[in-house]
Design a protein around this ligand. Structure first.
Ligand code: NAP
Ligand code: MG
Length: 403
């Protein structure tokens, strides 16, 4: 078979530990034999971030803006222990944080579903994608603990010096206090990313906040979404046969649990943080959760939702063959290749990406899987837990027969 040609390079962001090992294996076993892989390679592995003083992370994000599509391996976010372990000159920031700040996007997380491993919520038949606004609110708050009686006020000093004051609370005893903010600009980009992604994936979009209680703050989110929708997406949604639906967060929670899935749930920052953990746990495994950052300009960065699987890596370093699940990392690749194919008009690349996903799912549904999944398996015949290497080989065999 002649290898599939690409026209625009994919921005390839390599990473750390066990996922770096899987990364190379996926390329060698499942991509390079079939695609004339065109990628612009950035090594975001911690040693190289240290060597370039983290410039490589910035460069990779800039390249994503230039080419439009990136695929990223999980990376270590250094803490004190990592600074020692890797002898770092400083505690470099989270690469995901740096990339997100440059691309200014929304993160969409969706589970990969397979027959034989069912969600805890039994009526969920299709994936639920969580879109989390990754800017502001409680994550950029100012907090204060009054130690005794006193008046807490909200003061805004406009650029022209004019002050607006509002009493928050008259404390008669010690307590706690918090201020938070967001910007119209960020909320607007969040809205665009959500509507764009809904159109791309042809799924309904739900959005929910607590606007009945937060009559200005949360209400602003609701209004901006509606304005953006009415101005730019209403007709496009009608044409695509999908809907935009706003409701109170309490109502959304109840509806999500009773639903059969198959939609995008847009959440404010904190709601998205908490709800994505609940939804991903209920779908089964973090190793089956994909993640894509979509910028308001339409740039895409695909990755797995899990980390570098450190515990497995330490076993790998001792010479053990591990049974680490490569599905989410593989789907980051297929998602990126499919998007590249779509943008560049390369149907062969898109078909290949879909067949590769199909082959990987078929292998699991046939009872062959990594150990994290075999524990959840409900198929009639017992699952066959295999090493990552053997799992990739099984996918290759399945793919060969599909091509
Ligand atoms: P993790 O790498 O997601 O792993 C936590 C545990 O979840 C693993 O020990 C493993 O459980 C299970 N697991 C996760 N992915 C798996 C997979 N593909 N196959 C099988 N089991 C899997 O999280 P962490 O240990 O908290 O973090 C490790 C490093 O990753 C940290 O340095 C952190 O900074 C980084 N991180 C990066 C990203 C990112 O780049 N997006 C995200 C999160 C964390 P068992 O050991 O029980 O098998
Ligand atoms: Mg969380």
């Amino acid at each position: 078979m002649e290898k599939i040609k690409m026209t625009t390079p994919l921005v390839e962001m390599d990473g750390d530990e066990m996922t770096r090992i899987l990364w190379a294996d996926i390329k060698k076993e499942l991509l390079e034999p079939y695609i004339d892989l065109k990628s612009e390679y950035y090594d975001l592995g911690l040693p190289h971030r240290e060597k370039t003083r983290d410039q490589v992370t910035v460069d990779s994000a800039e390249a994503t803006k230039k080419y439009g599509v990136a695929v990223k391996c999980a990376t270590i976010t250094p803490n004190a222990q990592r600074v020692e372990e890797y002898q770092l000159s400083q505690m470099w920031k989270s690469p995901n944080g740096t990339i997100r700040a440059i691309l200014d996007g929304t993160v969409f997380r969706a589970p990969i579903m397979v027959k034989g491993i069912s969600p805890v919520v039994k009526n969920w038949k299709k994936p639920i994608t969580i879109a989390r606004h990754a800017y502001g609110d409680v994550y950029k708050n100012s907090e204060f603990q009054p130690k005794g009686p006193g008046k807490a006020e909200l003061v805004f000093t406009a650029a022209d010096g004019k002050e607006t004051r509002q009493t928050i609370f008259d404390f008669t005893a010690p307590g706690v206090l918090q201020g938070q903010y967001n910007t119209d600009r960020s909320i607007t980009s969040f809205a665009h990313s959500c509507f764009q992604y809904a159109l791309d994936s042809r799924q309904d979009l739900w959005f929910a906040t607590k606007d009945t209680i937060s009559k200005q703050y949360d209400h602003r989110f609701k209004d901006i979404f509606q304005e953006v929708f009415d101005a730019e997406y209403k007709e496009k949604f009608e044409t695509a046969g999908i809907t935009y639906f706003y409701t109170l967060i309490d109502d959304a929670v109840a509806r999500v649990i009773r639903s059969e899935g198959g939609f995008i749930w847009a959440c404010k920052n904190y709601d998205g943080d908490v709800m994505s953990d609940m939804v991903s746990t209920a779908f089964g495994s973090l190793a089956m959760m994909t993640s894509v950052l979509v910028s308001p300009e339409g740039n895409y960065e695909y990755e797995a939702a899990h980390g570098t699987v450190t515990r497995h890596y330490y076993r790998y370093l001792k010479g053990e063959e591990t049974s680490t699940n490569p599905m989410a990392t593989l789907f980051a690749w297929t998602g990126a290749l499919e998007k590249r194919g779509e943008l560049d008009g390369l149907p062969a690349l898109r078909t290949f990406a879909r067949k590769l996903e199909g082959a990987a799912i078929a292998v699991i549904e046939g009872g062959v899987m990594t150990r994290d999944l075999s524990a959840l398996w409900e198929g009639e015949d017992p699952a066959q837990p295999v090493t990552s290497k053997d799992f990739l080989k099984a996918i290759r065999a399945e793919l060969e027969s599909a091509l």
